[in-house]
Design a protein around this ligand. Structure first.
Ligand SMILES: CCCC(=O)SCCNC(=O)CCNC(=O)[C@H](O)C(C)(C)COP(=O)(O)OP(=O)(O)OC[C@H]1O[C@@H](n2cnc3c(N)ncnc32)[C@H](O)[C@@H]1OP(=O)(O)O
Ligand SMILES: Nc1ncnc2c1ncn2[C@@H]1O[C@H](COP(=O)(O)OP(=O)(O)OP(=O)(O)O)[C@@H](O)[C@H]1O
Ligand SMILES: O=C(O)CCC(=O)C(=O)O
Ligand SMILES: [Fe+2]
Ligand SMILES: [Mg+2]
Length: 332
């Protein structure tokens, strides 16, 4: 047994005696040859410390400091700027502008872009999704066969005065027609210092143990960005944590974790890069007649326009974008 595994066993035994949250003492076989009941959200790859595993199990996220080098982040930033200056054309890329900006005056390009989505065909930006130190963590949540399903570079603009720079509280699983949720994880890396002033991530710890909630556009006076759905009955009293991060810090989080981001009260553009990974063994589901039907319809409308197709299934919009980053492409 590895030292980490031994410490984990001791910790579980300790927790079993001291709290009601983890009840059954797992046998040796349950703990170390398969995923035991008590550790539902993480795999043992000898990377996570027992403390880190238990933290993710309980909270649904894990912050790793200083995981991506300054040099890499500076390169991603330059690649972003080249795209904004329209020096490169990337197939499939979605360039999004903040709703308050598109609906008002013309703004020079770089400053109008609030998000790039689907950069899987940009070799420099996609290098982020292949970084070995990121994949080593991702494997703890997805297992060894890993697909990069969804990529974003978020350039949260200074708020134009209508609070449209906020991202409402949501669960990312709302957007995904594949399961199981526990084999999906997001990696989100701060490209500069992010804090409450420029709109850091805000998470509701522990909500990953719940179910997928109904999402819709929040009723915000100043407007909401396209597809920025929020959980229908957001309870502002639920304890929240503001994730203040330094450049290069990376948070991994579960797709049911309720999270959002506050408004950007500074004059800078708050940058982050992220990728949603899923186990290649995940399978597509039909979301017709479920809570996800509203997002399916919106995505299909946009995809039909974007790819100039007559008809496309929600599932195919994902299968087209997904890329294998480790192991074997089996199902997704
Ligand atoms: C885990 C995943 C979590 C998430 O994915 S959260 C958010 C996901 N966000 C997205 O998927 C971004 C989707 N955005 C897009 O697809 C495009 O940016 C979008 C909104 C279709 C616009 O693209 P284009 O059609 O190329 O742009 P356009 O300038 O020609 O505008 C067409 C009409 O759309 C409007 N528009 C553009 N950006 C918007 C925005 N941010 N919010 C709301 N409306 C927006 C724009 O005003 C225009 O409307 P109109 O025709 O003038 O009435
Ligand atoms: N009605 C709502 N529905 C969904 N999400 C919401 C709602 N109201 C606020 N949020 C989200 O809650 C998070 C925190 O919001 P906000 O920035 O207003 O608070 P804050 O960061 O605590 O503000 P401050 O830093 O000024 O105290 C953001 O993700 C925001 O988009
Ligand atoms: O970077 C942010 O503000 C959060 C973005 C986010 O949660 C998302 O796009 O799903
Ligand atoms: Fe999200
Ligand atoms: Mg805020």
């Amino acid at each position: 047994m590895s030292r980490a595994a031994e410490r984990l066993r001791l910790m579980i035994n300790h927790l079993d005696r001291s709290s009601a949250t983890i009840s059954a003492v797992p046998t040796y076989a349950q703990t170390f040859t398969s995923r035991p009941q008590t550790l539902r959200f993480t795999h043992d790859t000898d990377l996570l410390t027992p403390e880190q595993r238990l933290f993710y199990e309980e909270n649904g996220f894990l912050l790793i400091k200083n995981l991506v080098s300054e040099e890499d982040i500076d390169k991603f930033r330059m690649a972003f700027e080249r795209i904004c200056r329209q020096e490169v054309k990337v197939p499939g890329l979605v360039v999004m502008r903040d709703v308050a900006i598109v609906k008002s005056e013309f703004v020079a390009d770089e400053k109008a872009v609030s998000k790039l989505q689907d950069f899987q065909e940009d070799p420099e930006l996609f290098r982020y999704c292949n970084l070995p130190q990121i994949l080593n963590y991702v494997e703890c949540f997805t297992g060894p066969n890993i697909m990069a399903m969804h990529t974003m570079l978020i350039n949260k603009p200074p708020d134009a005065g209508k609070k449209t720079s906020r991202h409402p509280m949501h669960q990312d699983l709302h957007y995904f027609p594949f399961r199981p949720a526990d084999s999906i994880v997001c990696a989100w890396t701060a490209m500069e210092k992010v804090d409450r002033q420029n709109g850091c991530l805000v998470v509701l710890p522990g909500t990953h143990t719940g179910t997928l909630q109904e999402h819709d556009y929040p009723e915000w006076e100043g407007g909401v960005n396209k597809m920025y759905h929020g959980v229908r009955d957001y309870d502002p009293k639920h304890p929240r944590v503001h994730l203040e991060m330094e450049k290069g810090d990376t948070v991994f989080f579960h797709p049911l974790l309720i999270h959002g981001s506050g408004m950007n009260k500074t004059q800078g553009f708050r940058k982050a890069i992220s990728c949603h990974y899923a186990s290649a063994e995940c399978y597509y589901i039909d979301v017709k007649g479920t809570l996800q039907e509203n997002i399916e319809n919106e995505v299909k409308d946009i995809a039909i326009r974007k790819y100039g197709l007559g008809e496309i299934t929600f599932k195919d919009t994902w299968a087209l974008r997904g890329r294998l980053v480790q192991g074997e492409r089996t199902s997704l």
